[in-house]
Design a protein around this ligand. Sequence first.
Ligand code: MLT
Length: 393
Amino acid sequence: MQFNQNYLRLQESYLFSDIAHRVQKFAQAHPDAKILRMGIGDVTLPLAPAVVSAMRAAVEEQGRAQTFRGYGPEQGYDFLREAIRGYYARRGISLAADEIFVSDGAKSDLGNILDIFDVCNTVLIPDPVYPVYVDTNVMAGRKIVFADAVRANGFLPMPDEKTDADIIYICSPNNPTGAAYTKAQLQAWVDYANARGAVILYDAAYERFVTEEGCARSIFEAEGAEECAIEFCSFSKTAGFTGTRCGYTVVPQALKRNGISCNKLWLRRQTTKFNGVAYIVQRGAAAVFGEEGERQIEENLAVYRRNAARIAACLDRLGVFYTGGKNSPYLWLECPGFADSRKFFDYLLEKAAVVGTPGSGFGKNGEGYFRLTAFASEEATAEAAERMERLLG
Ligand code: MLT
C-alpha cells in the first residue's frame, strides 16, 4: 500500500486553516482582544428573507408524505437550473439547461473537475492565485506553469504565445487581487485556448461584485468561449451561502476534444460520485433569482461595497498602494513597511487585532502584499480602518 505521494509535496496545511490556527492561538493568549476578521472571505450578513422563506417552505414539504422528496437529480432540480439559465439569458448568454450542473460550491467543483482531465496535461495558473487551483493539481501530480500577475500588468496576465498549456485557470474578478478582465481581454484568452485546443477553467465566484463598465462577468461574453471554457459560480459570496453551500458549473455542449464531449464526461463523473445538493438548499438558491431575492441580495452586496470603499479610503489616506475593491470584495495592498507579508500579518494582528491574509499564501508574487476582505460587518470594517490608520499612519 502506498499513499498518494503527491500529497507530500503540498504545504503542511491549507492556507485558510493555517491562518485560522494562528488567529485562534492569538485569541487564546489575548482573551479580551476584540479581533476584527478580514482574512478568509466569509460573509457576515444573514441569508436574504426571500431565501429563508423559500427554505422554510421546502422544509415543510420535506416533512409531509405527499410532498417529500428523496434523491434528487445529481445535476440539480429543473427549477434551479431554469432560474440560472434565466439569469444568464438576462445578460445575453444563451445556455441549455443540461449545460448547468448544480453543486455544493465552486471550490468542490474546481477540484472535482480535474477527474475528467488526464494527468499529463500542463496547467497554467496565475500567480498570485486562490490556492485551491494549485493544491488540487499538486495532489494529482500535474505539471504547473505560472502566469505572473504583477503590478506592471495590472495583476491581469495575458496569453503568452511561448507558453504551452492545456488547462488554463482564470479567476475574474480575481481572488486575491480584485483585478477584473475586460471582455476584450477575455477574448484574447479564449482565442489563445481555441487555437491550442486548451480548456479554460473560469472561476466567476465574484462576478456580482463587478461595477465598472466594460469588465466582464462571464467567460461566455467572449466569442467562441463555449468551445473551450467551463465556468464555475457560487452563491457563497453573492447570497451569503458560505455555510449553506450551493454553486453551479456551466459545461457547454460545444466543448469537445477529439470528438469527446466534456459535458458527457462531467455528467458521468457527477452521477457516479455526487448525489446532488439538498432540495431545501436548492429552493433557497432559486429564490435568489426572484424579484425579491435579487433586491435583497443587492442590498447586502451594497453593504460589502461600502465596506470596500471604506477600506480603500483608509489606504488612500495612508498613501498605501492597493488594487481591487471596486469590482471585488478583496483589497490587495502593498505591505506598508514590510517586505515579508507573514511578518505584516503578525504585526497587524498583534498591534491592532486585525486579521488579513498574507499575500505569500497566494503564491510567490504575493510576497510583499496583503489581502483584506470587505465581508466584515460595517461596524467592524470601520473600526478596523480606524485601527489601521492609527497603527500605520
Ligand atoms: C477566500 O478567502 O479566498 C475564500 O473565502 C475561500 C473560498 O471561497 O473557498
